[in-house]
Design a protein around this ligand. Sequence first.
Ligand code: G3H
Length: 254
Amino acid sequence: DMMKEVSGLKDLEKQIKSLLDIKDVIVVAGDSDLSPWVKKEMGRACVACMKERLASQSIVAVAGGTTLAAVAEMMTPELKQMDILFVPARGGLGEDVKNQANTICARMAEKAMGNYRLLHVPDQLSDEAYQSMIEEPAIKEVLELIRSSNMVIHGIGDAITMAERRKTAREEMAKIKHRHAVAEAFGYYFNQEGEVVHKVKTMGIQLEDVKKVKHVIAVAGGASKAKAIKAYMKQAHHSVLITDEGAARELIRE
Ligand code: G3H
């Protein structure tokens, strides 16, 4: 019986690692679709993972979402001596304030007793305003910090769930559906092959940049995210995945 075969979290981790062909996987107990505290457990695991990998004076780029908000809540002050700088990974993506990268970045830095810089830029900008904004010295400086980050932490979402939550415009929504997007991460939408089918236009880190960052940690759990995780990880083999039993078992079942 499948459930017996995959019992034990260490065993699950091994299976997911080879199934997705990724470097490192941490699986926490439970299913965050069913129990909200499981997100906090993923948060705790993420914080431990960050501490193992961070060097002094690192720059950490933080994405948005409820999972990353849980990571921020679980952050502890041991990084204080290391002089870590937290920055938002990208600008606004149409989320509520509590789920925005800026908010989570500031909260995480406070809890870590580190420093932070924010991107003060509206979500919707005309091309003209955008071009002049990125030339503003204060914005430029933060964008350069983001581009030189040593670590990126982000969530992965189900594409349609995320597009709906962000009140995506009708035309954009049609494109996301028509192109069979299944996964979303930091404003990029991916099909089941892991190919980008749409991206939200916002400043900050781009997918090409993420691929060059030394430590990338993806945090996503819940059985409902299995398809999204599978798709996203197809183009993120060097990332660490922190997930839960719910997503892991569903991934194996598929
Ligand atoms: O950017 C948001 C993530 O892709 C998923 O968000 O952690 O709230 O599910 P979530």
